[in-house]
Design a protein around this ligand. Structure first.
Ligand code: NAD
Length: 535
């Protein structure tokens, strides 16, 4: 890709770097380890003026970033990949400090990031290459047609707290690969890992086209108020506000929101695999994954066996605070608010007649909630109808496949789902009847590690999608259509002024001949009319 805009002058850059006039003194946000309650860092709550100044500066550097093209950007992205790999242990330390995740979970983010960077860094040139579509009609063959992919200058990425490093990487990297500059606003609950990512970008000496701003909703709103495209991941409630603000500014957006993912276990499934997979799918990251398994439908003949095995697997999970050793499977919830939601869902279910087979209460000092299996639940209960985003697995018995599909589709959400069956073709047939942006057969989360596939929610789970091969970078681009003559041009085209019937007749006739069928190719009434008043 090329760019003809001139590089910004040093004076312009210097003036953009001047601190913006601040209306209020910046407040400070304390970041806590939710497992211990200790303060592990502080970050400023940046004002709208500061965010605007950051975006202004990014705008100045972005044209050079676009101009170096995907291969130039690949060099920087691969340096960042090296940095992530070289700093994995430190990044996992920071991540654990602000989340109280087990070591194993904390190690995932840097490796996931390295994998994703490799995918987009190496393929962006192919994904962003100009398209040269064939002209639709013989008349258009006098031009070479080009679709060019030109990045939005500044992409705003707003992320939640559940994967403090992986979440930013997921969307920041494809946007940078596309040639956009990026302003990232991480969750105020877990901003430290995102700040590490920005430190890494500076440390490798990359162009200043990626910045992090910290703060809560006001800072996020200022990102929406200044960037040219918004990539948001978070709750459906916040997603609605962001969509409204983007519409007001007439800028595009992509929303990755909440979910209530169903798992369907059929009588022909490998029940051991289903019970292990669903225990992992429901409890990984203490259930704080947008595509966590949040409800389970099991065919009657295998219900008892499945429930017994699932309960045993969940009961065996080790919960607690890890250092660098791999001692635990499940950590703490992100904050008190999450504990309140999980507790309410369990208590409301029990009050309405549900049974807790294991877990069911908070435990220890921090925000730990026991991995929980619930039965005798139904769709009138909040634990089945609302997103829990915690370590609960409500399990329901169904008569057959049809009932499982009907209940799985009975949700306002449609993020992902899983189907467990001994017949993979049957699994695919069921997948195509589910209202979900992704369906994994005999697995959980597999779509999350397949960047060639789109990851997007249906219904209240989102608008648009991340990744999906070329679409993952093209979504951050405006499409530009370019036509270029490939035959010698006339002094005047047939359509140009002054209008003359003979010329018009030829031009329109040719268009109809090329595009229409049968007698419609010849517009007889028009011909007669033109004949009458032709000069
Ligand atoms: P949240 O909506 O409360 O916050 C998300 C981000 O938006 C934070 O950075 C927050 O500061 C910011 N924000 C809040 N109000 C804003 C506003 N008015 N304008 C701009 N920014 C604003 O979500 P959360 O509690 O941090 O995360 C949990 C939610 O995220 C769950 O619903 C979960 O399902 C969802 N999630 C979805 C995916 C996905 O890919 N679909 C992935 C992870 C999490």
């Amino acid at each position: 890709m090329t760019n003809t805009e001139s590089a910004p002058s040093a004076a312009k850059k210097a003036s953009a770097r001047k601190p913006a006039a601040k209306k209020d003194a910046p407040t400070v946000i304390e970041v806590r380890n939710p497992g211990t309650g200790q303060i592990v860092g502080t970050v400023p709550a940046q004002s709208a003026d500061e965010v605007a100044a950051t975006v202004r500066e990014l705008r100045l550097y972005q044209p050079e970033w676009e101009a170096i093209g995907p291969d130039g950007r690949k060099e920087w992205l691969l340096k960042l990949q090296d940095w992530l790999i070289d700093n994995t242990e430190h990044l996992a330390d920071v991540l654990q400090s602000e989340t109280s995740k087990p070591r194993a979970d904390a190690l995932i983010d840097p490796s996931f990031g390295a994998d994703l960077i490799g995918y987009y860094a190496r393929r962006a040139a192919k994904f962003l290459a100009d398209d040269h579509p064939s002209p639709h009609s013989p008349l258009a063959r006098v031009k070479k047609l080009t679709t060019a992919y030109r990045p939005y200058p500044v992409v705003g990425v707003i992320t939640p707290w559940n994967f403090p490093l992986a979440m930013p990487v997921m969307d920041v990297i494809p946007a940078l690969a596309a040639g956009a500059a990026v302003v990232l606003k991480p969750s105020e609950v877990t901003p430290l890992s995102a700040l590490e990512l920005a430190r890494g970008w500076r440390e490798i000496g990359a162009p200043p086209v990626f910045e992090v701003v910290t703060g809560a909703s006001e800072t996020g709103a200022a990102v929406v108020g200044n960037a040219d495209y918004i990539q948001f991941t978070g709750s459906t409630a916040t997603g609605r506000k962001i969509a409204a603000a983007c519409v007001e500014r007439m800028i595009p957006y992509s929303l990755e929101l909440g979910g209530k993912d169903p798992a369907i276990v059929l009588a022909d499934a490998d029940i051991d695999r289903a019970a292990h997979g669903i225990a992992f799918g429901g409890m990984f990251n203490a259930g704080q994954v947008c595509i966590s398994v949040e409800r389970v439908y099991v065919e009657a003949p295998v219900y008892d066996e499945f429930v017994a095995k699932l309960t045993a697997n969940v009961k065996a999970l080790r919960q607690g605070i890890d250092g660098r050793e791999l001692k635990h499977d499940v950590g703490a919830l992100a904050n008190e608010n999450q504990v309140d939601i999980v507790q309410r869902h369990v208590e409301e279910a029990v009050a309405a007649g549900a049974k807790v087979l294991t877990g069911g209460k908070r435990t220890g000092q921090g925000t730990f909630f026991e991995p929980t299996v619930l039965v005798d639940v139904d769709h009138s209960m909040s634990c089945v109808a609302e997103e829990t985003f915690g370590p609960t697995l409500p399990v329901m018995k169904v008569a057959d496949e049809a009932e499982a599909i009907r209940l799985a589709n009975d949700s306002v959400y449609g993020l992902s789902a899983s189907v467990w069956t001994g017949d993979k073709d049957r699994g695919e047939r069921i997948a195509r009847q589910l209202n979900a942006g992704a369906v994994n057969i005999n697995d959980v989360f597999a779509n999350l590690f397949s960047y060639a596939l789109p990851m997007g929610g249906w219904g209240l789970s989102g608008v648009g999608a991340r990744w999906g091969g070329a679409n993952g970078v093209r979504k951050y681009c405006r499409q530009q259509a370019i036509t270029k003559p490939i035959v010698p041009t006339l002094q005047k085209e047939l359509f140009w002024y002054p209008y003359q019937n003979a010329k018009l007749l030829t031009a329109l006739g040719a268009m109809r001949a090329a595009g229409a069928r049968g007698l419609r190719r010849i517009d007889i009434p028009a011909l007669l009319k033109l004949k009458g008043d032709n000069k």
